[in-house]
Design a protein around this ligand. Structure first.
Ligand code: ADP
Length: 178
């Protein structure tokens, strides 16, 4: 599934983000950049130990912000580590922090000249952000950021059938309101 915003294609792909051939892959990291389970674990396993060495040198990343490392053995030039919020009911700034994670990642990717960027569904695994809210926020935030930034493609990579449906619905709503 895909839609176009300005000159940027927004695409939805179901699969493993570590095999996506793009310029920049976004990682749903934790504040310590210490590696973990979920997509973070998969990225470090597939990308190799150099990524963790760079993460250690950087030291950490506040929630809602992003840092860049090389992508090790992943088929990309850049790995953008961003930290989404842990969901705790929605009144602790989670929506703004999630939007900020997407925005910061895109800004950093653009600064490094990336034309194709792949995002996982940030915060919706162990961090517990409700999937439909997170998908709508991801799409709206990326669309808004494309007023100032332009890419060839922003790819949303979902893992499960459920997530694919949730994103497809959010993309349809976006096309209807665009
Ligand atoms: P968070 O800590 O931000 O919640 P998780 O890694 O627990 O991050 O989950 C984020 C999303 O990434 C979930 O939807 C999960 O299903 C998905 N995911 C896990 N592994 C992969 C992978 N290899 N490629 C793409 N998405 C993945």
């Amino acid at each position: 599934m895909e839609t176009t915003v300005g000159s940027t294609r927004l695409t939805l792909v179901q699969g493993d983000i570590t095999t996506q051939r793009v310029d920049a892959i976004v990682n749903a990291a934790n504040k310590a950049l210490a590696g973990g389970g979920g997509v973070d674990g998969a990225i470090h396993r597939a990308g190799g130990p150099d990524i963790m060495a760079e993460c250690r040198a950087i030291g950490g990343c506040p929630t809602g912000q992003a840092v860049r490392t090389t992508a090790g053995r992943l088929p990309a030039q850049h790995l953008i580590h961003t930290v989404g919020p842990v969901w705790s009911g929605g009144s602790r700034g989670e929506p703004e922090l999630l939007a900020s994670a997407y925005r910061s990642s895109l800004k950093l990717a653009a600064r490094h000249g990336a034309r194709r960027v792949a995002f996982p569904s940030i915060s919706t695994g162990v961090y517990g952000y409700p999937k439909a809210l997170a998908a709508a926020a991801a799409l709206q935030t990326v669309c808004a950021a494309l007023q100032r930034l332009s890419f060839d493609e922003v790819r949303f990579v979902v893992f499960s059938d459920d997530d694919r449906e949730v994103y497809a619905q959010a993309m349809r709503s976006l096309s209807e309101t665009a």
